[in-house]
Design a protein. Structure first.
Length: 284
């Protein structure tokens, strides 16, 4: 049974060209790659490049769209540098201890978003000072990260007023240390405890996520803390970044694209309907 056409594909070419006036160049290219109709209706790449100067983010998004994927390397969306593919595992981070034995079910220690290299695990961690006798624990929850600035939205000092139309946001798992003293957490390392009475919890067979801290209390010592998973409000997930992506709702389009296009089309249709009614009332 043939699938019905999406509403966007039913628009006449004139309206599609009008839509293209309100979205960035990389978003147009991403839409052109999704369907033959859109590829024909929207301007060609040379014409798009003449439309306006491209920002660095737009060039990065277009490169990600048009370049064939390389299985051996990836480009980090934070620092935008290419690294070997193995550098996109949390086990390569200085703040993560690799599994101690081969029987560990998963090689990952903390969860990283796609195309987020191991050098930036620290961006997913924050330390929050509490009063004496207050909260003193590690917790994990889910937040949005601004791809343009590489910061967690809603965290103190984030200051994310980003208006970039090319980068968008991704959903990430974050880790917060609530600290009520000056002795603990002089350094920390994430690791996973598998077997030996480890609690499975939300992590299932991956093992219990724990944090080993360096402490200073007259002499240097270490403490070990479990990571407690907070209950989070459901967040609509954005698609992970992919090289050579063809998805209409890819991050490169911008998370606001669909709502913007739908709103724009609704306004256009309302104006067309108004003009049509007016034309019927005018005597010939």
């Amino acid at each position: 049974m043939p699938q019905p056409k999406p509403p966007l594909l039913k628009l006449p070419p004139e309206l599609l060209l009008e839509v293209a006036r309100y979205i960035p160049t990389d978003a147009i290219i991403s839409l052109k790659l999704t369907h033959r109709t859109l590829n024909t209706a929207f301007p060609s790449l040379p014409l798009l490049l003449q439309k306006q100067p491209l920002s660095e983010c737009s060039r990065f998004a277009i490169e990600r769209l048009l370049c064939p994927p390389d299985p051996d390397t990836k480009r980090c969306f934070v620092c935008r540098k290419r690294y070997p593919a193995y550098m996109f595992s949390s086990t390569k981070s200085p703040v993560c201890a690799p599994p101690s034995h081969r029987s560990t079910p998963s090689t990952e220690i903390v969860d990283l978003p796609s195309f987020f290299c191991a050098w930036h695990v620290g961006r997913l961690v924050r330390i929050v000072r509490t009063e004496s006798g207050g909260r003193n624990e590690w917790v994990s929850d889910v937040k949005r990260m601004c791809v343009h600035l590489g910061c967690i939205q809603g965290w103190e000092k984030c200051g994310c007023g980003c208006e970039c139309e090319s980068c968008g946001v991704v959903v990430v798992r974050t880790y917060t240390r609530y600290l009520n003293n000056e002795r603990e957490c002089k350094g920390f390392t994430f690791w996973r405890k598998v077997g030996g009475g480890a609690r499975e919890g939300i992590e299932g067979s991956r093992g219990e996520l724990r944090v080993r801290e360096e402490c200073v209390d007259g002499v240097r010592s270490t403490l070990d803390f479990p990571v407690r998973y907070e209950r989070t409000v459901k967040i609509v997930e954005s698609k992970p970044l992919r090289d050579n992506t063809r998805s209409v709702d890819a991050v490169s389009i911008g998370w606001w694209l669909f709502s913007s296009v739908c709103g724009l089309v609704a306004i256009m249709l309302a104006e067309i309907r108004s003009l049509w009614k007016l034309a019927r009332e005018i005597p010939i």
